[in-house]
Write a protein that binds this ligand. Structure first.
Ligand code: SF4
Ligand code: SF4
Length: 287
């Protein structure tokens, strides 16, 4: 089972939920894997010490033009759906815009002059760490200057294929990286705040999840501040409110130090584990 922990924007407590839930599951004798899909700024590793098992490089094959052979016919430019071939034939300028290239190989196929070769560029890496009692942590990280984390996230998700229980810390936002993560999940836990911004983000995320036909439930962080609008919305939409995390300075202080509340306080472990049981029980009945 794969559970994605997501939120429309950063700073809502998504990593707090993912890391503490992961710990609580281990504490109950399960063997979960934590997958940090926030490849642009992975930080789940702050909370756990593990021994690195292996690292995979995620590479993309991009074309390289041999200007000695190129006749500047422009065919590769025509075949490229991503505008990744920049060409001005009269002045004999041709460039591959690697940040736009998807490595589809269409330009290679198009070229009759054998003027295109392939080279590999590094997009990022996926590292697996062994933690105590059989649990694992997988961290995705893009290389500096890489435009999209999507392929690195996909490689991270593939790395969990044989892991029985996976908690995915999704990237913030609701664009491609978020979609690539939640599309692989059996259940999505949305973490939000009881504020107008929180509600607007939540509505957006739920619209996308409905489009993907995903089951989801909501955790309200910093409950007690803000208003009731989010509660009314969840009731109207029949979306389960799975847990509330009160606005509490001691929680924020522990988190800032890299400590896990579930490790310090057994009640949190129990709370998170009963939420997990609720998800398992209701996983397939809510959309
Ligand atoms: S298709 Fe080949 S020959 Fe034509 S412009 Fe592209 S690289 Fe050059
Ligand atoms: S590999 Fe595909 S995306 Fe990249 S330049 Fe060639 S046609 Fe365009």
């Amino acid at each position: 089972m794969k559970i994605a922990v997501a939120s429309g924007k950063g700073g809502t407590g998504k990593t707090f939920v993912a890391t503490n839930l992961f710990y609580a599951l281990q504490n109950e004798g399960l063997v979960p894997t934590l997958l940090d899909c926030d490849a642009e700024a992975p930080n789940a590793g702050i909370f756990f010490n593990g021994k690195k098992k292996h690292t995979l490089e995620v590479v993309l094959k991009v074309p390289e033009i041999d200007t000695k052979r190129c006749t500047y016919c422009g065919k590769c430019h025509e075949y490229c759906n991503y505008n990744a071939v920049f060409i001005i034939p009269p002045v004999k300028v041709i460039r591959i815009l690697e940040e736009l290239c998807h490595g589809c190989g269409a330009c290679l196929y198009a070229c009759n002059e054998k003027a295109i070769n392939e080279k590999e560029i590094c997009l990022g890496k996926v590292s697996r760490f062994d933690l105590s009692l059989g649990a694992s942590m997988i961290v995705t990280q893009i290389c500096v200057g890489v435009y999209s984390p999507v392929k690195v996230i996909q490689a991270g998700v593939r790395e969990t294929n044989d892991d029985p229980l996976v908690i995915m810390d999704s990237p913030p936002g609701t664009s491609c990286p978020f979609i690539q993560t939640v599309v692989r999940a059996d259940y999505v836990l949305l973490v939000t705040e009881p504020t107008p911004f929180g509600l607007s983000d939540l509505k957006h995320s739920i619209t996308i999840l409905k489009g993907l036909d995903k089951s989801c439930g909501v955790i309200i962080n910093r409950s007690g501040m803000g208003d009731r609008a989010i509660y009314d919305f969840l009731q109207q939409q029949k979306i389960p409110l799975l847990m509330e995390i009160p606005f509490d300075k001691s929680i924020a202080a522990a988190y800032a130090k890299g400590d896990l509340v579930a490790m310090q306080n057994k009640a949190w472990c129990e709370k998170l584990f009963s939420m997990f049981n609720l998800i398992v029980a209701n996983g397939n009945s809510h959309h």
